[in-house]
Structures are given as structure tokens and as C-alpha cells.
Design a protein around this ligand. Structure first.
Ligand SMILES: C[S@@+](CC[C@H](N)C(=O)[O-])C[C@H]1O[C@@H](n2cnc3c(N)ncnc32)[C@H](O)[C@@H]1O
Length: 242
């Protein structure tokens, strides 16, 4: 099987959006703003946030693109912005986007479908308990995930676990709570107005790391190389597993 071929289990995951229940009634579903007001996030992602695709590519593959067959996972992929951008630019790599929100995954699958992408798939998986085996991926990326994730250290542990030896992770996080909280604020507002509820799992304000806390986040694993840098409103980490 060619390295980028979609496996049977991934095919199951890539169920056409029309076949995915549009509104699963589970506690998980009811609890998340990304289900009830997720279009706001998707709008912000598309039109307001910085597009780090080029920065990601330059950091991860400074000497050219990825090798054919590279396996990349995006944690908390949301509407699939980066997963699809990378899948479109590099047709011979295989990308998996994981997210907890079925609504966001539906958007991601639609985005991939509209672009005719066959080298990416999207799965509903908790980034804190990835279903993938150890050393499954060459690359892990995560963008803006930690703004809402309660246990960031566990996510980094998972990143390290699923990376192959020599694999790398790229993490992009906003630096300023005010700007990072705008989509959350708008989602909370819409959810309150339309659902009269107040029990979503997401925080009201985005969590952002100070420079030192961001560095400390990556200090728990024996990375071979760790590069942390800031650029305007964002901070980045690029780490390599021995
Ligand atoms: C702020 S959005 C970031 C989306 C995307 N990475 C981007 O760059 O815009 C965070 C995403 O993480 C997802 N998420 C939150 N907790 C998660 C978890 N434990 N496991 C997987 N995804 C999670 C949310 O559903 C949401 O789509």
C-alpha cells in the first residue's frame, strides 16, 4: 500500500458530511461552544486570525517540503484550516485532523471535500487521550489549542508519545488574552442569546501563556531540540524528538 493511501479505518472516518448525524445528542455535544456557536470560530479562523501556513512550512521543512509519505496530525484542528492548507500544498503526505467537536469536524470534512483533497481525514478524538499508537506520526501541529485546553501538559505528553523518533511538533499560540478571547466572547454571547444556557466547558477568557510559562510547557520531555520564539501577537514552539 502506498504510504499515503487512506486505510479502511480512515475511510470510515471520512464519512460524507451528509451521512454524519447533524446534531448528535450527547453530553459531549451539548457541553461545547464549538458545537453551538462554532460558525463564529470558523469565521474568525478564516477572516481574522493570522495564517501561519508559510511559517509552519518554513519551520518544519526549512530545506524544502516534507518527504512523500510523511504522516502529520493536527490536534484540535477545528474547521480544518491548516490540515487542508497543508494537504493541498503537499499532496503526497497524509494528514489526520483530530478534534472533539463534531460540528468543527463536519466543517473540516466539507472543506477537504470542496477542495477535492483525498490525503486528509478528520477524526473525533480527545487530544488528551489520542487513540493513535506510540510513534505514529512524523509531525504534530497544534494552533490555538491551548487557549481552551484545561490540561496542556497532558497534550504535550501525547504529542511526544505519538511522534516518531526524529519527529517534530509545531505549536502556535496567541500571546495576548484580550485578542485571543474575542471568539470565545462572541461564542458565549451567541450561545447565551440562542440557547439560554450557561454550562459550556470552554472558559470565558482564553488562556494564554507568558513567555516563560510557554517555555516551561515544553520542558517536561527530553526533546532533542527545542526552539521557542515570539512574533507579534503569537508565540511558537518547534521541538524535535530524539
Ligand atoms: C481555538 S480552536 C483552534 C482550531 C484550529 N486549530 C485553529 O487554528 O483555529 C480549538 C479547537 O480545539 C478543540 N478541542 C478542545 N478541546 C479538545 C480536546 N480535548 N481534544 C481535541 N480537540 C479539542 C475545539 O473543539 C476547537 O475546535
Amino acid at each position: 500500500m502506498p504510504p499515503h493511501a487512506i486505510t479502511a479505518s480512515q475511510k470510515r472516518i471520512e464519512t460524507p458530511s451528509s451521512a454524519v448525524p447533524s446534531k448528535p445528542r450527547t453530553k459531549e455535544y451539548d457541553d461545547s461552544l464549538f458545537e453551538h456557536a462554532g460558525w463564529i470560530y470558523a469565521f474568525c479562523r478564516e477572516h481574522l486570525f493570522r495564517d501561519d501556513t508559510k511559517r509552519m512550512i518554513t519551520a518544519l521543512w526549512p530545506n524544502g517540503g516534507p518527504a512523500p509519505g510523511t504522516r502529520l496530525v493536527e490536534l484540535g484542528c477545528g474547521p480544518g484550516f491548516y490540515a487542508c492548507e497543508l494537504a493541498e500544498r503537499f499532496k503526497d503526505i497524509l494528514i489526520t485532523g483530530v478534534d472533539r467537536s463534531e460540528r468543527q469536524l463536519k466543517r473540516a470534512r466539507e472543506r477537504a471535500h470542496v477542495r477535492g483533497l483525498t490525503n486528509c481525514c478528520f477524526k473525533r478524538v480527545n487530544a488528551l487521550r489520542l487513540s493513535e499508537e506510540d510513534t505514529s506520526f512524523h509531525i504534530v501541529i497544534a494552533s490555538r489549542l491551548f487557549t481552551i485546553l484545561p490540561e496542556p501538559n497532558r497534550a504535550i505528553d501525547e504529542m511526544y508519545r505519538v511522534l516518531k523518533p526524529g519527529g517534530r511538533c509545531f505549536v502556535a499560540e496567541p500571546r495576548f488574552a484580550f485578542w485571543a478571547s474575542i471568539p470565545l466572547f462572541a461564542m458565549w454571547l451567541l450561545a447565551r442569546v440562542t440557547h439560554s444556557r450557561n454550562g459550556y466547558r470552554e472558559p470565558q477568557h482564553a488562556a494564554v501563556f507568558s513567555t516563560s510559562a510557554f517555555e516551561t510547557l515544553f520542558a517536561g520531555q527530553p526533546w532533542k531540540r527545542r526552539t521557542i520564539w515570539k512574533d507579534g501577537r503569537y508565540q511558537y514552539a518547534l521541538c524535535e524528538k530524539p
